[in-house]
Design a protein around this ligand. Structure first.
Ligand code: DX5
Ligand code: ZN
Length: 224
């Protein structure tokens, strides 16, 4: 395995929305801005949609990473695709015709991501591996920021990493991630980490991101 750069993806769900421009400036060294879309149906919470994403896009140079926690992702993909995010990620649990939805994202010129709830087994990706560029392993139940990492997800990341060896699919983890557990998720196989409260709750978000990235690089170097 090569030592790889760890992608740091701050989730703006944890940002101060009255000062979003200032918050985005605090994370300008991030690899992607993670944009959590919640519909109050698939998850018990409502966040924001394409209108806010458009403003984020206009304010930050950092590419967008759209995480759709909505019951009907197909209804939202065209609007988000217009903003040319790096990834649009949909949940396995919301897609009756998953391969079709992933192809729809690719047809818009965006990299398709697939997300799994904590209880969804890794085996469900088997027949869509060629259709995805990113696998998002939820390490909390989606819906809220600030929840605790579910420890048994560590084994799930390892299983995903084994299954995806030799492919270019990036494993991303989301929920309860901080500097403290970053080395362990990287050792297990994650190459992109989402962090909301840890990054935006720190005094110096930019420095926190750099430290996370360095910790990730160190952990992956030790694996070689
Ligand atoms: C949870 C969201 C996460 C969340 C992460 O439903 O998908 O992206 O914002 O927040 P933290 O890092 O605070 O757990
Ligand atoms: Zn998310």
């Amino acid at each position: 395995m090569d030592a790889e750069r760890l992608s740091i993806c701050p989730s703006i769900l944890a940002a101060d929305f009255l000062h979003l421009e200032r918050e985005l400036a605090r994370v300008k060294n991030a690899d992607m801005i993670h944009f959590d879309v919640m519909d109050g149906h698939f998850v018990p919470n409502i966040s924001f949609g394409p209108m806010i994403a458009e403003q984020v896009k206009a304010t930050s140079q950092v590419p967008l990473d759209v995480h759709l926690m909505v019951s009907k992702p197909e209804d939202f993909i065209p609007e988000f695709a217009k903003l040319a995010p790096l990834y649009i990620t949909v949940h396995y649990e919301t897609c009756m015709h998953l391969q079709r939805t992933l192809s729809m994202i690719r047809d818009f010129g965006v990299k398709p991501g697939l997300s799994l709830n904590p209880h969804t087994p890794i085996q469900v990706i088997e027949h869509v591996v060629p259709d995805i560029e990113l696998l998002l392993i939820m390490t909390v139940n989606p819906g809220y920021g600030g929840q605790a990492f579910i420890p048994q997800m560590m084994e799930k990341i390892r299983l995903a990493s084994r299954r995806l060896e030799g492919t270019s699919v990036v494993i991303q983890v989301d929920g309860g991630i901080s500097l403290e557990n970053t080395p362990r998720v990287v050792e297990a196989g994650a190459r992109a980490v989402v962090a909301g409260s840890a990054i935006f709750g720190s005094d110096d978000a930019e420095a926190y991101i750099e430290t996370m990235r360095a910790a990730g690089l160190k952990a992956s170097t030790q694996l070689i």
